[in-house]
Write a protein that binds this ligand. Structure first.
Ligand SMILES: [Zn+2]
Length: 365
């Protein structure tokens, strides 16, 4: 059997399976239950937060013969027919590639015809901000007088680019970045369900790299599953992502604290010879300093940082031996390295001198 990407295999089919957007799914469920459907919705938010998944569930729910708690039942004739990609009642339009006025005019012609299967014809317009001005005007005409059987769901990652005339005609929902612990729970559930073995540290790391996006989290998970042949380990995740081990970073930071230039330089040299990316190293050092800042200043720091569990105590010792000024100085230095790496012909030197400058700044304090 062909391998199905986790993101496709676990695309939610009911509202209760959508992660991290309860403020939206509850409202939509209630609209289905109370049969109060609007004609135009606007879904805003970063990529991978569930806009299209929620739009598709809603489109099926309002056509379902016996919705269950506001979600499509998945069993009735309408649900079965609308689950097929070839159905004529749920139309997905990518505005990035169909942004011209002619295409929107064509859509306006089509909306007149009633749905084939259920009660509503649903148009899901992805990346709606990509439409041209004249296409927006054409769309607006349809939104002003929509046929009773028509529902528009406009989705966008850049809501600030939409004209006010469109905004004022839509019921707006803002999709949040998905919280780290919600992404972790999602990964555990999916790995357990697929019989994939995993280490807890690996799960947190994948979720962190997913940056609030379920889609990105699952594509990283997919790579790690393939890499580890069904066994997702922390080391495997580091290798797949090319990021640096917390132990190594902790050692480098300790060298800075101890003013141990010799050790610092030889570790950097070794990392470079091992083929580590210098921009990744600079980024990881900045993240490490950010973690120190959080540990130093926040009581509930354990919820706010993602590091190997066995390194948390070391991190807290290091945070105690530094002042906030030290840490912001270090962040400035390595932030500069991240910026300058692109233009440098000798990138290794940048990271080396940044470390030595940090040692000097720490001594001055
Ligand atoms: Zn149904």
């Amino acid at each position: 059997m062909a391998y199905l990407a986790l993101y496709r295999k676990y695309r939610p089919q009911t509202f209760d399976k959508v992660v991290g957007q309860e403020h939206i799914t509850r409202t939509l469920e209630n609209q289905v239950i109370n049969n109060k459907i609007s004609h135009a919705y606007l879904f805003c938010g970063t990529r991978g937060t569930g806009k299209t998944s929620v739009a598709k569930i809603f489109a099926r729910a309002i056509n379902c013969e016996h919705p269950v708690n506001g979600s499509p039942c998945g069993q009735c004739n309408a649900c079965k027919q609308l689950a097929q990609a070839s159905n004529m009642d749920i139309m997905e339009i990518d505005a990035a590639s169909n942004n011209r006025v002619d295409e929107i005019r064509e859509l306006r012609e089509k909306v007149k015809y009633p749905p084939v299967v259920g009660r509503y014809k649903v148009y899901i317009v992805d990346e709606v901000h990509m439409l041209t001005d004249s296409a927006f005007n054409a769309l607006l005409k349809t939104l002003e007088e929509p046929p009773a059987h028509c529902v528009f769901i406009l989705a966008t990652t850049e809501v600030q680019k939409l004209p006010a005339t469109i905004l004022s005609r839509c019921m707006r929902f803002d999709f949040k970045l998905i919280e780290q612990n919600v992404l972790c729970d999602m990964l555990r559930r999916i790995f357990d369900d697929s019989g994939i073995k995993y280490e807890d540290d690996a799960i947190s790391f994948i979720a962190k790299e997913g940056n609030g996006s379920a889609r990105d989290t699952l594509s990283i998970a997919d790579m790690c599953v393939s890499f580890g042949n069904g066994n997702v380990t922390y080391d495997g995740v580091l290798q797949v992502l090319g990021v640096n081990d917390d132990y190594k970073l902790c050692g480098l930071v300790q060298d800075i604290i101890d003013d141990n230039a010799g050790e610092y330089l030889s570790t950097i040299d070794k990392l470079v010879k091992d083929g580590k990316s210098l921009s990744m190293l600079a980024r990881d050092m900045s993240t490490y300093f950010r973690n120190l800042m959080v540990v130093k200043n926040c009581k509930d720091y354990k919820d706010l940082i993602v590091v190997r569990k066995d390194i948390v105590d070391r991190l807290s010792e290091q945070a105690n031996s530094l002042t906030n000024d030290n840490i912001t100085d270090f962040l400035d230095e390595f932030g500069q390295v991240e910026l300058n790496l692109k233009y440098s012909v000798r990138p290794q030197l940048l990271i080396e001198t940044a470390g030595l400058k940090c040692m000097k700044l720490k001594k001055k304090d």
